[in-house]
Write a protein that binds this ligand. Structure first.
Ligand code: GLP
Length: 248
């Protein structure tokens, strides 16, 4: 596991963009899996800057988002489809038809989850996975207790996650209680992973994920078994780590 400690969130975005851009250069078609939440925003800003400067071309990139709330229409301003359009896709030269977000409105949700997983497999798998981390160690919406081998499916959100995400909704009761998420097993199949975390409030979570035991109670700890997982984290977020890591 590679851990890179950077000064601040802007540097975190830049470093992660560098890692992904390097990899993109090597491929004619690139399969990228993306996360939502506030943490990856500096990365998406950096992607937009590079794309506008002609340094990064997204015209042949295909994306698969990690997750989506069940019951939110893509046009809802808290849906993850809306988030991705607003914060990234609307500002880069990606083809919208090449961007995939799980369908939280599907009539047969289980079938649509299976179909999502199949699409990823049939395209040859994900080249680079971007992850954030929830306060309880979740990745995507794989809440504590999620099977480490799990594939795309519906998960019921924990009270902690509902409270954490309530800040984006008018009131806590508006937060959907279920979400579709790529599984931990889906994430483990990806070729490379970069997990981003910033801020002192994630220091305990990152410590548990990186230096604690591998356990379904801290879903991000499963990345200890991934062959190409990199954490890019800010100094304040790394404050509780005890081993020596790369500092840039
Ligand atoms: C949501 C998303 C996760 C994200 C997490 C953390 O629960 N499903 O993918 O990592 O929020 O969000 P933030 O980066 O805002 O702390």
């Amino acid at each position: 596991m590679r851990v890179i400690i950077v000064k601040n969130a802007e540097e975190m975005g830049k470093k992660a963009a560098n890692l992904i851009a390097e990899e993109m250069k090597e491929k004619t078609s690139f399969i990228l899996s993306l996360a939502t939440g506030s943490t990856p925003l500096p990365l998406y800003k950096d992607f937009i800057k590079r794309n506008k400067a002609g340094e990064m071309d997204f015209s042949t990139v295909i994306t698969f988002n990690l997750d989506e709330y069940v019951g939110l229409d893509p046009a809802h301003n808290q849906s993850y489809r809306y988030f991705m359009n607003k914060n990234l896709f609307d500002h880069i030269n990606i083809l919208k038809k090449n961007t995939h977000v799980p369908n939280g409105m599907a009539e047969d949700i289980d079938a649509s989850c299976k179909e999502y997983e199949k699409m990823i497999d049939e395209i040859g798998g994900i080249d680079y996975q971007v992850l954030g981390i929830g306060g309880n160690g979740h990745i995507g919406f794989n809440e504590p207790g999620s099977s480490i081998g799990s594939l795309t499916r519906v998960k019921t959100l924990t009270d902690e996650t509902i409270s954490d995400n309530a800040r984006f909704f008018e009131k806590k009761e508006d937060v959907p209680t279920q979400a579709i998420t790529m599984g931990i097993g889906t994430i483990m199949k990806t070729k490379k992973v970069v997990l981003l975390a910033s801020g002192a409030n994630k220091a305990d979570t990152v410590k548990a994920a990186l230096e604690g035991p591998i356990t379904s109670m801290c879903p991000a700890s499963a990345l200890q078994l991934h062959r190409f997982a990199t954490y890019v984290i800010t100094e304040d977020c790394a404050a509780k780590l005890t081993l020596n890591y790369e500092t840039v």
